[in-house]
Write a protein that binds this ligand. Structure first.
Ligand code: ARG
Ligand code: ZN
Ligand code: CA
Length: 253
């Protein structure tokens, strides 16, 4: 694909406290990060180790708050809903109005992003092919955008980058096999890697006989700190492209 594809986004701000009803500037700060990371225009791209520089991909994807709602009326692309629910778990309650959440907009036309007080996770995502009413990504307000209610070390907007990677069918870079060396992310140009990495590892970090360069822990699909992740590979961009050509092709028109 050579043309940029723009994905319309609806952000559901589901808030219990006034602080969780985060500001437009915090939402805009998240969109800015996405539009950098998926265009290889992130300010930290130069940190990619030389040996992987050629693998860093421009995924040719941009994200814009929706300007038309499902009824065809003008919208800000932001839905704000006050809830009695103090915090949500990863059981999709935030996606359902009758459970204190906010109902999804049609998932073939919008990327639904829910922002709320989330327990036990920074975020989670639906892979392609699931039920439309549960499709999209959920991000904790403490990891959404780069200002306001965000908390270090997940204050760089990279949780949404990671979750939208899943939404476009990317797997975790270590292959989701615990610490094993037999799992795969189904991408050819990412090194085989044992388990996830945390924090800010130093390069090279070896596992699974993947020397001399070792784990690509600076990939958005690892679990390192936001400031330590700054690339998708070309193989990952191809896999996202395949999701867009297949189960998510409604976004191409
Ligand atoms: N734990 C979450 C998941 O499995 C997201 C991790 C995001 N990491 C980050 N540095 N923001 O999808
Ligand atoms: Zn993940
Ligand atoms: Ca592994």
């Amino acid at each position: 694909r050579e043309e940029v594809v723009t994905i319309p986004v609806v952000v559901h701000v589901v808030h219990h406290t006034p602080e969780q009803d985060l500001g437009q500037d915090q939402i805009d700060s998240q969109l800015k990060v996405l539009n950098e990371d998926f265009r290889r225009a992130n300010p930290d791209i130069a940190k990619v180790p030389d040996v992987w520089r050629d693998l860093a991909a421009d995924a040719l994807l941009e994200f814009r708050l929706a300007d038309t709602d499902p009824d065809g009326n003008p919208t800000s692309g932001v839905v704000r809903r006050q809830t009695d629910t103090e915090s949500f778990s990863t059981d999709d309650g935030v996606k359902i109005g009758s459970r204190g959440g906010s109902d999804a907009w049609p998932a073939d036309q919008y990327l639904n992003v829910w922002v709320c007080e989330l327990r036990h996770a920074l975020g989670y995502a639906a892979f392609p092919g699931g039920p439309a009413e549960l499709d999209g990504v959920v991000i904790s307000h403490s990891a959404f955008g780069t200002m306001g209610t965000v908390a270090e070390p997940f204050h760089g907007g990279r949780t949404a980058t990671h979750e939208i990677g899943h939404w476009l069918n990317l797997r975790h870079i270590w292959g989701d096999d615990g610490d094993g060396c037999s799992g795969t992310d189904f991408v050819d140009d990412t090194p085989n890697q044992a388990g996830f990495n945390r924090g800010t590892p130093s390069f090279p970090k070896l596992s699974c006989a993947n020397g001399p360069h070792g784990d690509m822990f600076m990939n958005y699909m690892d679990y390192v700190a936001d400031a330590a992740m700054f690339m998708f590979t070309k193989g990952q961009a191809e896999r996202m492209d395949a999701a867009l050509a297949g189960p998510r092709s409604s976004f191409l028109s």
